[in-house]
Design a protein around this ligand. Sequence first.
Ligand SMILES: *Cc1c(COP(=O)(O)O)cnc(C)c1O
Length: 396
Amino acid sequence: MSDKDALDQADIETLAVRAGQLRTHEGEHGEPIFTTSSYVFESAAQAAARFAGDEPGNVYSRYTNPTVRVFEKRIAALEVGEAAVATASGMSAILSTFMALLSAGDHVVSSRSIFGTTSVLYSKFMRKFGVEVSQVVLTDYAAWEAAITPQTKLLFAETPSNPTNDIADIARLAELAKANNCLLVIDNCFCSPALQQPLLLGADIVIHSATKYLDGQGRCLGGAVVGRAEHMDEILGFVRTCGPTMSAFNAWVFLKGLETLSLRMAKHSENAMQLASWLEAHPAVEHVFYCGLPSHPGHALAVRQQKDFGGVLSFRVKGDRDQAWKVIDATRIMSLTANLGDAKTTIVHPATTTHGRLDDEQKAAAGITENLIRIAVGLESVGDLKRDLERGLGAT
Ligand SMILES: *Cc1c(COP(=O)(O)O)cnc(C)c1O
């Protein structure tokens, strides 16, 4: 049995460490970083054949790079997709998908509770190119259905949602997409393939901000799109032409990150579960949003659809914005930053940062109250994290 056949049968933990592995004639064990912009041909005839696409091989790193290729193969294997395209950031993964698969006059239905910059992409830039986006409540399937028009080409959702952990039934959205000749695109950033594999549930395309859990240590920006070869060819065409390419160095960092993905996601989930349960019982806390808690409306679906519940939770303190800010400012271990998916726990006040662009009505619809705090739970000792929060909570 060759290495390749062995990996065809492999579990996700093995794929995360080994899928797509490349070894040059030097016999290196770690993946090599190809820091080169272009590639040398052996003859004029070979150059002509490479440019014409008659011979496979490298031409220029905006087109292909061996280190980036390993990352693409590995993330495709983890998401169980035919192919993947790496991009310079999560936003360029979303942009490249839209630019490659949509035309002026097309329509998109998207969940409302999505990454803030994705909303800006819809309202400021996609509209400029004649693509309209309707946004609906993630879990309101009647609203999804009602928003679909004959022009609708894509359904786009993030589940679990940020920051309240609402859970959409991916298989149900996939059925709706299929019945209406649309593609279902899932931003799988919060779960990573270690916890949720949307393509296996019927989604057509998965998007990642590799910046978050795929790296896992807050080192660099990157993104990926995974799906069927016919769609990935179109998206690759956009990336090659327009240039939101992943760098070889960043691809190498993500390969190192992926090696520990399953371990990290298990620990992020375990820490978040313990912190959420502790917060739910805390007298200074009004409500906790974490899909791992039986009290969460999406809990049963998350149990069915996800392997675990992930690292992001949010909670409302008793009181107003002052109380929330007091708790945040009293922390000494957690980092006050909007990023997530890092070994370091981060804490943020969504109403005035990540979701500050929303108007009052949109905030109310998304559950973003002034007393809401989001925590992306890292890999520190959960006892220390509780003590860090207790400083501020005890004082409220
Ligand atoms: C961060 C994030 C993005 C954007 O990714 P960047 O790498 O920052 O461009 C998209 N979707 C979700 C859910 C995110 O958390």
